[in-house]
Design a binder for this molecule. Structure first.
Ligand code: DAH
Length: 339
């Protein structure tokens, strides 16, 4: 009997299992009611009295060892199973919620896309700009009241440095780098010191366009803007140009499109006129060309600038400008399909 117990002790010492089922099989074999240790217990009564103490202690030792070993194997199998689970590379993807593009990004991409098809390339400039690029190079005289129109943010201690109040500054950035033909589209963020409300914000987004070459005319401008309006808002969209004033263009105009919310019949969005203003434009003032190193006797050009929020409102009827910067995912997720 002692020899049999010794044999089992050795056997238990070397037990192995690679998963939970194998551990369970071992438990049944050694520790269950019908297991071999219980069988030894049953034989115990046949052990001669003088050996009972020694055999009894050995059986207890065997039982302890078996319990410890099987518990250790069980724990090892469980941790192994769970790590194997984490690393299952064949598992189907989790339903991970994807983000959505911001509505302003969607519309900006669409605007850039339309002008790219017409041969415009992207240009960018800094948001923290100097007075020269934002104003002086754009033909704003030092004491010109139009500077006040723009509610500029100045950088404290650097009165010459501002947060750009329009993307027209990128026109100057482009002209100082290259000679005509120039055909660029410049999207970006701009800043104005305005009280924040549903209809105004201290930052918003614009897209600037600039085309300079020989013989560029107002007709070219009008045709490109008509094409843009119809691509953006549908084939039936009409445009109208009203005379206006900007320091950097001469002549200058503002462009309205037939209201795409009411189809031109009149609604609260178009204040019952059937028309909504979407951009400013004009022929680049020769003084701007000269200030930026381009010969105004050889070249002419047109420029235009529009607010991306305004175009987005027209397309998606977002009533409150603040929605664009509040990061409310319920609002942003509404644009999932538009991606
Ligand atoms: N910079 C003007 C603004 O912020 C928009 C603008 C008007 C841009 C006419 C132009 C333009 O390029 O020709 O209101």
């Amino acid at each position: 009997m002692i020899a049999r117990i010794q044999e089992l002790l050795e056997e238990v010492e070397h037990l192995q299992a690679s998963n939970a089922e194998e551990v369970e099989a071992l438990r049944i074999k050694y520790l269950s009611k019908k297991g071999c240790i219980n069988a030894l217990m049953a034989d115990f009564r046949n052990v001669p009295a003088d050996q009972k103490k020694e055999v009894g202690m050995k059986i207890n030792e065997l039982k302890d060892k078996a319990q410890q070993k099987i518990a250790a194997l069980k724990e090892a199998a469980e941790t192994k199973d769970s790590t194997a689970d984490d690393l299952d590379l064949t598992r189907t993807p989790y339903p991970i919620a994807l983000g959505t593009r911001h509505p302003l990004t969607i519309v900006k991409n669409e605007i850039v896309d339309i002008f790219s098809r017409l041969g415009f390339t992207l240009a960018e400039g800094p948001e923290v700009e100097d007075d020269w690029h934002v104003y002086s190079s754009m033909n704003f005289a030092d004491d010109h009241p139009a500077r006040d129109m723009q509610d500029t943010f100045f950088i404290e201690a650097h009165p010459d440095i501002v947060l750009r109040s329009h993307t027209s500054s990128v026109q100057a950035r482009v002209m100082e780098r290259m000679q005509p033909p120039i055909r660029v589209i410049c999207p970006g963020r701009v800043y104005r010191n305005e009280a924040i409300s549903a209809r105004a914000h201290c930052f918003f987004h614009q897209v600037e366009g600039l085309y300079i070459d020989k013989n560029v005319s107002f007709t070219d401008l009008k045709q490109v803007l008509l094409l843009f309006a119809q691509e953006m808002f549908g084939k039936g969209t009409q445009i109208r140009l009203r005379p206006s004033y900007f320091p950097f263009t001469e002549p200058s105009a503002e462009m309205d499109i037939s209201c795409n919310i009411c189809g031109g019949k009149g609604c609260s969005f178009c204040k019952h006129t059937g028309w909504v203003e979407i951009l400013g434009c004009g022929m680049v003032d020769p003084a701007v060309l000269e200030a930026n190193g381009i010969d105004s006797k050889t070249y002419t050009g047109y420029a235009f600038g529009m607010g991306i929020e305004r175009i987005t409102n027209l397309k998606y009827q977002v009533k409150d400008l603040r929605m664009f910067s509040e990061n409310d995912t319920r609002f942003l997720e509404e644009f999932q399909a538009a991606n």
